[in-house]
Design a binder for this molecule. Structure first.
Ligand code: BDR
Ligand code: CA
Length: 311
């Protein structure tokens, strides 16, 4: 199985991603889950990650709390989408499984030092603060990372928190810049992909019908989560951003994209957090990311339902 660390700020769509990973034990070994501040503050994201693991009966998963705030800015959160707790929707018990004592950044550094070079894949579902701090603390770990698959950014699709920026990159653009300049092979799932992955009614009902505590709770989470987009944009559901990262590990053939240069805007007040993707290769700048553009969304939802049923 492929060894991954999931860095996350749950978030209902993060919860779906964690469930997809935990439902795929043959292909994926989750070495740890590292929580970061993003959708909601760190105390809540660390709590929510534990709730999701408990829903999946996986109290053995190691969960670490990381950065409370971005590397150079105050935290911006997204309760307007995810609700006050980040996992609004179902009635959820407070978690009882432990939070590890070690700091998430130390766990990331230690794991990459201990594992064979090329063994560990980083799956990032939130702002890139924890990863940037690990790379700053121990730059020598970069060449050991097999791949970093991230949900973040947007190019033809524009932004979702400002006209130019996607939330995860906007919250910590300095961290994103460190990651994109690290030399780690990056796969980027931008809004151009994730806005095609909509939680249509039939899809949510299919998840609920699985009937397990995890699946039922996820269906309730998604109903809460999707109302933001449905009410504001009249879409056929909410965009299930983060599980595309895990789906890529399981089924890369569901996606198409190209190698590009990506630079992060950190200075302009108007476009801070913008991912400037050289899709048409108009600069000579070196490629630093595989940028995805299309997804087989039917195939994605089949995969998600199949794996949720295994939990
Ligand atoms: C990203 O921001 C968060 O609100 C979601 O969990 C996702 O990771 C989408 O822009
Ligand atoms: Ca997220």
């Amino acid at each position: 199985a492929r060894k991954i660390i999931i860095d996350t700020d749950p978030g209902q769509d993060d919860a779906a991603a964690i469930m997809l990973a935990l439902g795929s034990p043959e292909e994926i070994e989750v070495l740890g889950i590292t929580a970061v501040a993003g959708n909601v503050p760190l105390t809540l994201t660390a709590r929510n990650a534990r709730i999701v693991c408990e829903l999946c009966n996986r109290t053995d998963v190691k969960i670490f709390a990381g950065a409370e705030r971005p590397v150079a800015r105050p935290l911006v959160t997204a309760e307007h989408v995810h609700g006050k707790t980040g996992l609004d929707g179902p009635a959820l018990d407070e978690p009882t499984m432990p939070l590890q004592e070690q700091h998430a950044v130390d766990f990331i550094v230690e794991t990459l030092r201990a594992e064979a070079p090329g063994a560990v894949t980083l799956c990032t579902l939130g702002p890139l603060t924890n990863i940037a701090l690990a790379l700053t603390k121990a730059p020598e770990i970069a060449p050991s990372v097999r791949e970093l698959v991230m949900m973040g950014g947007g190019f033809f699709e524009g932004g979702n928190i400002t006209p130019a920026a996607e939330f995860n990159i906007y919250v910590d653009p300095e961290a994103a810049e460190i990651v994109f300049r690290s030399g780690i092979p990056i796969v980027m799932m931008p809004l151009d992909v994730t806005h095609r992955v909509l939680t249509r009614k039939t899809r949510v009902e299919k998840i609920r019908a699985i009937g397990s505590p995890a699946a039922v709770a996820l269906a309730e989470m998604l109903e809460f989560f999707e109302r933001f987009d449905i009410e504001k944009y009249g879409t056929d559901g909410g965009p299930l951003h983060d599980p595309t990262v895990i789906a890529y590990i399981l089924r890369p053939e569901l996606f198409t994209g190209r190698d590009c240069n990506v630079e992060i805007e950190t200075a302009s007040p108007l476009t801070t957090g913008m991912t400037v993707v050289d899709w048409w290769q108009v600069t000579g700048r070196a490629h630093n990311a595989k940028v995805m553009r299309h997804i087989d969304d039917e195939g994605f939802f089949e995969l998600l339902a199949e794996r949720l049923a295994r939990i």
